[in-house]
Design a protein around this ligand. Structure first.
Ligand SMILES: Cc1ncc(COP(=O)(O)O)c(C=O)c1O
Length: 388
């Protein structure tokens, strides 16, 4: 059966070039990067080259990059690394659970957290952040791109507010890396999270940018790896993969690939909205990364539609992969003011570098038919159709 994967915000396939770059670092160049002999030194220099590639993607110094086990660890390290008991933190209601649950933990430890709201397009208002500032505010943590809607937050403005107030600014850029230009100096952030598996590197590797001079308390106790900011023997093949993926992301952006991806995404939206009545794009009108669209198909359950599409070979998602199966509607969509029925009827389509126009056509042939079939079975839809 043909299978088309449009769930790249959940995870992306490792690109062949990335896989090839990693290959020698399993059995051939297997040294521990901390060893002083040949094997260790060869691995060390490869890790440092990867660090330079990641730094080039973000416009920072390689010494400001700390490799982690992924986006969740990078978010946790950023937050717990700078916040102390009694501090105040500002975040938003639409963050990933890696940030939201880190903030919940801070609250349990005696910190106060302000969760700023978003508007109907899913955008944080920088003025709300400014108003939330207090003398005890230590950190502002706002994501660059939302994982469910792709909406890009006004991070540059937020960075200015943080700088004026002399408060740390952390940006979760896990869903922005490779899909939008990132320059940590333009953003004015002190901390920024990345995850390998959202940008065609493997799962289980990520990075945290830590601006020089930031006093960061380590989360793990152990050796003095990563300049004492993250103890533990490095995941060398993963790091090599992340470095290669960063290099490919830079090249792709220079080639103008993002505009092509955006055109494919726009095509999906136009076709679906034209062919499926009572559907609409969540987050429309806000700046978005070019690979993501989140569409509501009223009168049906998103979960049922995901399963029906999967049975025909199309993989999409109802929102954050980690909350799939939960009965609760997406916290992101409800924070945007969507009624819970509409939030439950929403699907995320997210593109990756591997997707082709033929695959998009496959999805466009399948989705309207499947929605129509599910609606035929829906008592709510039939009642509404009859009464109107
Ligand atoms: C915005 C965002 N932040 C953080 C994470 C966590 O990253 P990881 O899966 O590498 O732990 C994700 C993963 O979905 C994400 O989308």
């Amino acid at each position: 059966m043909r299978r088309v994967y449009l769930d790249n915000n959940a995870t992306t396939p490792v690109l062949p070039e990335v896989f090839e770059a990693m290959g020698p670092y399993f059995a051939e160049h297997f040294g521990n990067a901390s060893s002083i002999h040949h094997h260790g030194q060869e691995t060390r220099s490869a890790v440092e080259r990867a660090r330079e590639s990641v730094a080039a993607l973000l416009g920072c110094r390689s010494s400001e990059i700390v490799f982690t086990s992924g986006g969740t660890e990078a978010d946790n390290l950023a937050i717990s690394g700078v916040v102390r008991a009694g501090d105040h933190v500002i975040t938003s209601t639409i963050e990933h659970h890696a940030v939201l649950n880190s903030c919940k933990h801070l609250e349990a430890m005696g910190c106060e957290v302000t969760y700023v709201r978003v508007d109907g397009r899913g955008l944080v208002d920088p003025d709300e952040i400014r108003h939330a500032l207090r003398p005890q505010t230590r950190l502002i943590t706002i994501m660059m791109a939302n994982n469910e809607t792709g909406v890009l937050q006004p991070v540059e403005e937020i960075g200015k507010i943080a700088a004026e107030a002399d408060v740390y600014f952390h940006a979760d850029a896990v869903q922005a890396a490779g899909k939008a230009a990132i320059d940590v100096n333009r953003l004015g952030c002190d901390l920024l999270s990345l995850s390998g598996h959202k940008m065609h590197a493997p799962q289980g590797v990520g990075a945290l940018y830590v601006r020089k001079g930031t006093v960061l308390e380590a989360m793990l106790y152990g050796g003095s790896h990563e300049r004492s900011r993250r103890a533990g023997t490095e995941n060398v093949p993963g790091i090599i993969g992340l470095g290669k993926a960063a290099q490919l992301a830079i090249e792709a952006m220079q080639r103008g690939d993002l505009a092509k991806m955006g055109a494919m995404r726009d095509h999906i939206e136009q076709k679906i909205l034209a062919e499926v009545e009572s559907s609409g794009v969540n987050g429309v009108g806000a700046p978005r990364v070019p690979n993501t669209t989140n569409i509501h198909f009223d009168y049906i359950e998103g979960e049922a539609l995901v399963i029906a599409l999967d049975l025909k070979g199309l993989a999409v998602s109802t929102g954050a992969a980690c909350s799939s199966g939960a009965i609760e509607p997406s916290h992101v969509l409800t924070a945007m003011g969507l009624p819970s029925d509409t939030a439950r009827a929403s699907l995320r389509f997210s593109l990756g570098k591997q997707n082709t126009p033929e695959e998009i056509q496959f999805a466009l042939d399948l989705v309207p038919r499947t929605v129509a079939r599910l609606r035929e079975l829906s008592p709510v839809y039939n009642r509404t159709a009859v009464s109107s």
